[in-house]
Design a protein around this ligand. Structure first.
Ligand SMILES: [Zn+2]
Length: 56
């Protein structure tokens, strides 16, 4: 379990989640990239989906 960077809602991280997996906040719809360390600590990174290729 971790918290959304946008709206601070709790996001459930699946037990079989893998490093680099994209998860979406069910509350605000923001997407984040999971970073899972070797000791199992989960952090979120803002997924870089909004950018140069957007809207083309
Ligand atoms: Zn959110």
């Amino acid at each position: 379990m971790t918290n959304c960077l946008e709206c601070d809602q709790e996001i459930r991280v699946p037990n079989d989640a893998i490093d680099g997996e994209i998860i979406t906040c069910g509350d605000c719809g923001s997407s984040f990239e999971l970073q899972i360390s070797e000791d199992g600590v989960v952090t979120l990174r803002q997924a870089e989906t909004v950018g140069e290729d957007w809207g083309e």
